[in-house]
Design a protein around this ligand. Structure first.
Ligand SMILES: Cc1cc2nc3c(=O)[nH]c(=O)nc-3n(C[C@H](O)[C@H](O)[C@H](O)COP(=O)(O)OP(=O)(O)OC[C@H]3O[C@@H](n4cnc5c(N)ncnc54)[C@H](O)[C@@H]3O)c2cc1C
Length: 119
């Protein structure tokens, strides 16, 4: 952190100095999850596990809730045919997730000086 932000102005020197004294310092990378498919067998992924869009998208909670609702709706209407339900769930939600992930990458670039999000 010190090396990455060395030489920056404003409040940065004060924050770097405070890092040494903090007992609750938290640091993590911002990542997205990109999977070729969201289900296998009888297991389907919902939310961050399947298609995290990164905090910079501001849409992770919505994706998790809408994902759960969409999957539940397709499971109910497929009458127990879970492969059909899983396929319909993914087909319906993919475009929404792709848009959120694109926005998440775009916002990360403005925060992080143009570097790509980890994938
Ligand atoms: C710093 C930060 C800021 C964010 N800001 C926003 C925001 O402004 N707006 C927004 O919409 N989203 C935001 N998000 C993203 C949002 O928090 C997530 O997208 C959302 O919580 C994903 O929900 P989820 O249910 O998929 O996963 P999670 O909320 O991660 O839930 C997964 C749960 O599974 C549990 N778990 C893990 N492994 C196991 C196991 N083996 N057995 C049992 N349980 C297990 C975990 O403890 C956790 O409780 C932010 C995220 C971060 C980190």
């Amino acid at each position: 952190m010190r090396a990455a932000f060395a030489g920056h102005g404003w409040e940065v020197p004060r924050l770097l100095e405070a890092l040494s004294r903090a007992d609750d310092f938290y640091f993590s990378s911002a990542c997205q999850v990109h999977l070729d498919r969201w289900s296998r067998g009888r297991v389907a992924l919902i939310g961050d596990a399947g298609y995290c869009a990164a905090p910079t998208s501001g849409m992770g909670t919505s994706q998790a809730l809408i994902g759960a609702r969409t999957l539940a709706r397709h499971l109910a209407s497929a009458g127990g045919d879970h492969p059909t339900a899983f396929g319909a769930y993914e087909t319906e939600l993919r475009p929404y997730v792709a848009e959120n992930q694109a926005n998440g990458r775009q916002a990360a670039a403005t925060f992080g000086g143009g570097t790509a999000l980890e994938r």
